[in-house]
Design a binder for this molecule. Sequence first.
Ligand code: NDP
Ligand code: PMR
Length: 410
Amino acid sequence: MMRLVTLFLAASSAAGFLAPLRQPQSAVSSASTILSPLTSLQAASPVLDQVTTTPQKIYLKKDKELPKVLGGLKIGLRELVVITGASSGLGLATAVELSKSGKYFVVMAVRDVEKAKKVAKERGMPDGSYVAMKLELANLESVRDFVTNLKAFKAGRPLNHLICNAAVYLPTDPKPQFTDDGFEMSMGVNHLGHFLLVNLLLEDMAKAKNARCCIVGSITGNTNTVGGGLVYPQADLGNLSGLEKGMKQPITMADGKPFFGAKAYKDSKVCNMMTVAELNRRYHKDTGIVFSSMYPGCIAETALFREKRTWFRKLFPLFMKYVTGGYVSEEEAGERLAQVISDPRCNKSGVYWSWNGGAQTVGYWSPDGKPRGAGGSGGEIFENQQSDAVRNPVVAKKVWEFSKKAVGLS
Ligand code: NDP
Ligand code: PMR
């Protein structure tokens, strides 16, 4: 075992993963918050079979099994929760947990409906407790179509909860991939697709009592951690010139610099966490919606690492289990994300939730002086503190405004 771990560290070091330690950036003065009306929300059209297609027609497929107005009845007395990327990993584990509880009806918002139906069955999600609906986050028209289909399906019912979980991690791509709208893929799927989705669904959530909206973040977007501050590359939105210019081809990075896949993922996670902060500032008071982010722990065996080399995929879980103590299973991570939606303790807006499991002291640099676990198995939920860069309200406001423009909401 020790040989395996040493091998991982040596290989990681040779691959240039370890970065020089960077001190947390200094705090910046607070920004004014602007309350804007929930404009640009699309009118619902209860026509499931008439969704429009993009020139590439990569995603749309009529799903005749989707009940139309009957969806409202199907949901019954349960709370309606939408989970993006529910066809694998964390999203699927959360869907399983919530659907089996009997209290929630899960809409699996996925790019591959057939895959979602298959895995839902395999994982024993009770019939009648979920539905799979098409959502291709790499296509803004698909996001809009999903919202139209969801509104038709739920037939006037409010949306109780939204979990933005889907993501791609493209660290080994030498060249950038782009979404159908021309955004760099990690930023387009992880941040901009979700940004549009949340904005289009705010009105439906505002109608629900105790609605919760969680956008999954990560330790690796926070430079006040070993995982995010020590391991190269670090998240850094720079001067935001790429996002300001619309994030479209040939622009590939939020900071306007040349493409760097591993960093693009971490930058997108920073945008996810900043979006939560802005949603909280702009809408929590008026709508009552509880907005949060969370770090689920290192779920080292998920398909997120599909692009990584075989040696990494074999050694990474062992390294996380036996060296950093940051490892968590898909099942336990799913329980954690489900907890953010269901636990009365999580009824507080603007929080970045984490779990104090695994090895103590190596996880966070503990600004309050208390030792914290690395997010691994076990431990208690706690309100974590994000890095100064993520908590910067001036940058968050800019990210919000540039993203709004990029997705066509302003
Ligand atoms: P997975 O790859 O297992 O899950 C990602 C999901 O996103 C998949 O269901 C995938 O669909 C879906 N997806 C990818 N691209 C698109 C797209 N264009 N449109 C719609 N859906 C898409 O990874 P994880 O479960 O590990 O990741 C889930 C979340 O957890 C992510 O937000 C990630 O950043 C976060 N996270 C993960 C950590 C980890 O250690 N794994 C640590 C910290 C945070 P499909 O099934 O079709 O591939
Ligand atoms: Mg990292 C407590 C230490 C810790 C934690 C909690 C993580 C989480 N990582 C830690 C430490 C280290 N990692 C160290 C010391 C190294 C150098 C050997 C290291 C390396 C490493 C790599 C190469 N770690 C990684 C990678 C990835 O490709 C993953 C990544 O950054 O994806 C964006 C990753 C991760 N480490 C984590 C977590 C949670 C990840 C998955 C990233 C995420 O989804 O945010």
